[in-house]
Design a binder for this molecule. Structure first.
Ligand code: ADP
Ligand code: MG
Length: 581
């Protein structure tokens, strides 16, 4: 064909393809999920476009996905009547990596040298996963609303290049044909086995809200009756021309939670997240109020590797009346809950809602507040539970995400109290990350008027801090905060349940009633006798110290550095430097 054009893959695609074919063989199954999800996305896109232009349906409004196996040709074909692609689309979408996340992921991979399937599987390689099992993939497509002769055929063997050529295709949408490699068309990993494909669709794609169809098979008894053979009459499965729907095609979140079992919730989670692990916990509710919506929110077991990078994709999947609108709708959650995954289905938002519109919408703000409250309530119920399983879950949660929710003290003033109740620390008397402000208060000494805390780089440094000496001597417990965000976060929390919080490394420490009269008198006397020493130190240090004072806070150490009230501590300065400020 003179119109056949050869293109080379973008460098990143070639790199990804190499990884896919060399590292993903243990995750071969995922290509089914990926291709079905692309077909479903394509149908969602069409439905979305068609809300403004009905003619795009071209009298074929029943969106569906079909999977056909051809044993002789050793192919499996995924067909959809979704939005379709023209030549430009195919070159762009199947020849380059548009997603910035994919690039970041590739960098991570080469950095860590941990090119195992688990990691890659978590991430999802989309269309290219087809090359795990296929040595050639051929895509035939025609875009909705364009003439039949504007179709395209895209073919590649998944190494350096692909070809495109124009074709005539009467039906709108895309057909993707995988020519299976030898090892995937026989034996245990035989994807020509229809029941295997069915199982995979049920496992991964049950919630897809479109019918996924395969040819119907029927059992046909042997008609030939051999008189000399007395073994029972056999038979075989025979393919018919009829198509049958093999998935439940019901969006899980639209069902009532009492009818959904845990396995279904877990499968759905894996389905929408690429996480191989089950989630830690979830909450599923129909919210009725000023805004009506369904929320299905999951907390993962493990933090993603990019939790702290700026480009991190976060947010929830947004549907409007079961029509998919967008992935990663970040407006639906505050930043400090960016690890939460799930689905929001709203009855009130317009179908053509854009990210910009979401930002301004009062309804969206109300959904976001509702989601934040729900997650905080869920976490509180784990934290306060008598059930050891739930306590264990909370500890697991806290180890992974404790630092992230601390950001909420600054971000979400309205929920500050709720967040503060979830925080857990080590203290001068308890090593584990398990003391809450409530626990601390319950153990406070008679006459103690503040919650004392200290920030440091790590537990050992905190425990050896000279600032602790006086507190140790007096038997006063001090909370030891050792995470990077603590000091910043504590700027936003000055009291807990009406008890002031005091950083013992900052300004003057007032022990109030815990300091007796004799000590006070002694301190005053010391101040007088030491005045010449202090003056000498002041002159010697000059500009480098703001002030030099006689203090009662030390027991064994001769001197310590103190940060003035409202000033940045060394840890804080270090953190800001690390963040590039
Ligand atoms: P993603 O789905 O995350 O965008 P994929 O690698 O799975 O990434 O797919 C790449 C792109 O190829 C899609 O974004 C889409 O534009 C296009 N594409 C893939 N499959 C289809 C399809 N069945 N119909 C239309 N476009 C498709
Ligand atoms: Mg995809």
């Amino acid at each position: 064909n003179p119109e056949l054009k050869k293109h080379t893959f973008e460098a990143e695609v070639a790199q990804l393809l190499h990884l896919v074919t060399h590292s993903l063989y243990s995750n071969a199954d995922i290509f089914v999920r990926e291709l079905v999800s692309n077909a479903s996305d394509a149908c969602d896109k069409l439905r979305f476009e068609a809300t403004n232009d009905d003619s795009l349906y071209e009298d074929d409004g029943e969106l569906k996905i079909r999977i056909a196996v051809d044993e002789d040709a050793k192919t499996i074909t995924f067909t959809d009547n979704g939005i379709g692609m023209n030549e430009t689309d195919a070159i762009e979408n199947l020849g380059t990596i548009a997603k910035s996340g994919t690039k970041a992921f590739l960098d991570k991979l080469s950095e860590s040298q941990k090119q195992d399937g688990q990691l890659i599987g978590q991430f999802g390689v989309g269309f290219y996963s087809g090359f795990i099992v296929a040595d050639t993939i051929s895509v035939e497509s025609r875009k909705a609303g364009e003439p039949a002769d504007k179709g395209v055929r895209w073919v590649s063997d998944g190494t350096g290049s692909f070809t495109v050529e124009p074709i005539t295709k009467d039906t709108r949408g895309t057909a993707i044909t995988l020519h299976l490699k030898e090892e995937y068309s026989e034996g245990e990993d035989n994807y020509l086995d229809r029941s295997k494909i069915k199982r995979l669709v049920n496992k991964y794609s049950d919630h897809i809200s479109l019918p996924i169809q395969m040819r119907k098979e029927i059992w046909q008894e042997d008609v030939v009756d051999d008189e000399n053979d007395d073994t029972p009459t056999g038979g075989e499965m025979v393919l018919t021309d009829e198509w049958e729907t093999i998935n439940k095609a019901s969006a899980l979140w639209t069902r009532s939670s009492s009818e959904i079992d845990d396995d279904e919730y877990v499968d759905f989670y894996k389905n929408i997240t690429y996480d191989m692990d089950a989630p830690l916990t979830w909450t599923h509710n129909r919210v009725e109020g000023r805004v009506q919506y369904t929320q299905l929110l999951y907390i993962p077991k493990k933090a993603p590797m990019d939790l702290y990078t700026r480009e991190q994709q976060h947010g929830l999947k947004l549907y409007v009346k079961r029509v998919f609108i967008m992935d990663d709708a970040e407006q639906l959650l505050p930043m400090y809950l960016r690890f939460v995954k799930g689905v929001i289905d709203s009855a009130d938002l317009p179908l053509n809602v854009s990210r910009e519109l979401l930002q301004e919408s009062r309804d969206v703000k109300s959904i976001r507040d509702g989601n934040a409250r729900r997650i905080l309530t869920l976490l509180a119920s784990l934290a306060n539970s008598e059930d050891s399983d739930k306590q264990e879950k909370f500890a697991q949660f806290y180890a992974e995400f404790g630092d992230v929710i601390k950001e909420g003290l600054g971000e979400d003033a309205g929920n500050k109290e709720r967040i503060a109740k979830l925080l857990r620390y080590a203290t001068s008397t308890q090593d584990g990350l398990e003391t809450s402000f409530e626990d601390y208060k319950a153990r406070m000494k008679e006459g103690q008027k503040a919650i004392y805390y200290l920030t440091a780089d790590n537990l050992a440094a905190a425990k050896n801090s000279p600032q602790l000496e006086l507190f140790k001597k007096k038997g006063i417990e001090v909370i030891l905060m050792t995470s990077r965000v603590d000091e910043w976060a504590m700027n936003f929390l000055t009291s807990f349940d009406e008890t002031p919080l005091q950083n013992i490394a900052k300004g003057a420490v007032d022990l109030g009633d815990l300091q007796d009269e004799a000590e006070k008198a002694e301190a005053e006397k010391a101040e007088e006798t030491l005045k010449p020493v202090v003056d000498k130190l002041k002159t010697a240090l000059g500009e480098r110290a703001k002030d030099v004072k006689v203090s009662t806070r030390l027991v064994d150490s001769p001197a310590c550095l103190v940060v003035g009230e409202g000033e940045l501590s060394p840890q804080m300065i270090q953190m800001l430097q690390q963040m590039g400020q």
